[in-house]
Design a binder for this molecule. Structure first.
Ligand code: ZN
Length: 179
């Protein structure tokens, strides 16, 4: 297992549009190892998702410890999902606001509006077609990670910075907020 260094807010790689990955490129051992390392790195730092630019790779790929139809994050023993070249289409107009954080923006949380329901077209790590619909929490994770591939960070999506809070204060004042 190798842990990858995480790019933090201010690094230009987080603000650069990532490149598509060809199916043939995906089969290369170097990319497959990168995916394994991304999964290990996400688990090590207790992330729910990790995108290519966050580990200094400008590639359209992310890993996420989610089930598309399940509102709870996966436990570390479960194999995370891998999304390559994801394209998101919102379903309906419903927008929900909830807390988000980011390994590249350590120790901060903020409330971010996202589409409640989405359709995602992507490739899995073997180049297979991944066509799913997702709602609520996993849909939020998928939107957050796909934003990383376009150089967008979660607070860019906030309608107000009023809810921006440090983790300690989040735990003290906000972690029991109803949604
Ligand atoms: Zn993030």
């Amino acid at each position: 297992m190798s842990l990858l260094k995480i790019a933090r807010m201010g690094h230009p790689v987080l603000r650069t549009r990532a490149r598509e990955i060809e199916r043939a490129q995906l089969k290369q051992p170097s990319i497959q190892k990168l995916i394994d390392d991304m999964i290990d790195t996400m688990h090590e730092y207790h992330g729910v998702g990790l995108a290519g630019p966050q580990i200094h790779e400008g590639l359209r790929i992310f890993v996420a410890a989610i089930m598309p139809q399940d509102d709870e994050p996966l436990s570390p023993e479960d194999e995370p999902m891998v999304f390559v070249n994801p394209v998101i289409t919102p379903i309906g107009n419903e927008v929900v606001e909830d807390w988000e954080g980011c390994l590249s923006v350590p120790d901060l949380r903020g409330r971010v509006p996202r589409a409640r329901s989405i359709k995602v077209n992507a490739m899995d790590r073997d180049g297979g077609k991944l066509d799913i619909t997702s709602h609520d929490f996993p849909a939020r994770v998928i939107q957050h990670e796909t934003d990383h591939l376009d150089g967008v960070l979660f607070f860019d999506r906030m309608t107000s910075t009023e809810s921006l809070t440090f983790l300690d204060e989040y735990a003290r004042f906000h972690s029991k907020d109803d949604d």
